[in-house]
Design a protein around this ligand. Sequence first.
Ligand code: ATP
Ligand code: LTN
Length: 338
Amino acid sequence: MEQTTQQPARKKRILSCIQPSGIPTLGNYLGALKNWKTLADDFDGAFAVADLHAITVRQDPAKFRQQITSVLALLLAIGLDPEKSILFIQSHVPAHSQLAWVLNCYTQFGEMSRMTQFKDKSQSHADNVNVGLFAYPVLMAADILLYQADLVPVGADQKQHLEIARDIAQRFNTLYSPTFTVPEPYIGKQGARVMSLQDPMKKMSKSDPNPKSFISVFDAPEVIVKKIRSAVTDSEGAVRYADGKDGINNLMGIYSCCTGLDYAQIEAEFQGKGYGDFKAAVAEAVVEELRPVRERYERYVNDKAYLRDVAAQGAERASRIADRTLQKVMKKVGFVLP
Ligand code: ATP
Ligand code: LTN
């Protein structure tokens, strides 16, 4: 009698990346990294240090090299397990650059011109508006599509780039035949947009020239306390979430992410208290949230041999998946395979 073997359903895959363009901030942590750790328990995870993306802005070679290793150590410090998830450095998997080139030829100039991050960065780096900065979302689409990712956990600022990745996937699938999984964004409810402490209308960014505007995940407790104490608020003096109170709204968002309390509970906790008390509580919550990450990071970052092993094993596992997708694409387009 013929035996039918039931294939176990493939676990859904998530993929995300972070650029080694500076020291990651509380925004990166609450908006992205913290969710990676949670999702990695339920999905097949692949997480990369997006070093190719980072050179769209000029990097100092010595610092860049150090930041790449540092971000890899951070992925371990947030609790990602390299035996379960694939942790790798983007440039170690050549398929990313190769697929990005192919996808460039399936992406329109007009589509890229509408990207708000490109418009913002062309202003903040007006002396270096390079073609890589323009094509950045196509490389990001390649990152995602190579792994047939179902879900991509990112901060709210990346929503537009995710939409382009979906458009490119659908376009290619329609032109040829189903090739890419069309990815969904995963944007957490809380922490999706952590704002600058000095200008709460702008997102908190690790490349902001004013260090008081961001909290780095490695800031010492006393630095965190100082930065939060000097965060911009308003003159009302009441801890409540409301339009026009961007500074307080931002601190409430941060406090909520770190404590799990909702806005109504936070308002009740600080009823009749001033911003001084509130800021002290926010600072303490942030310090406690980041403490284990910082402690674990210190352990990993100095273990160069282990980091090298993690990167090598990650690149090998990532390449296996990525090369399969790239081969399919090359074949469908009509290239003669070697
Ligand atoms: P840069 O500031 O150098 O442009 P970035 O921090 O915006 O870089 P990445 O390092 O690639 O860019 O971001 C990694 C992840 O962190 C992305 O998912 C991004 O959406 C998220 N992220 C970045 N900044 C914030 C923020 N202020 N609030 C929430 N999520 C954020
Ligand atoms: N562009 C992203 C970083 C990034 C990314 C990706 C995120 C590069 N490749 C693939 C998700 C999936 C940013 O946050 N600036």
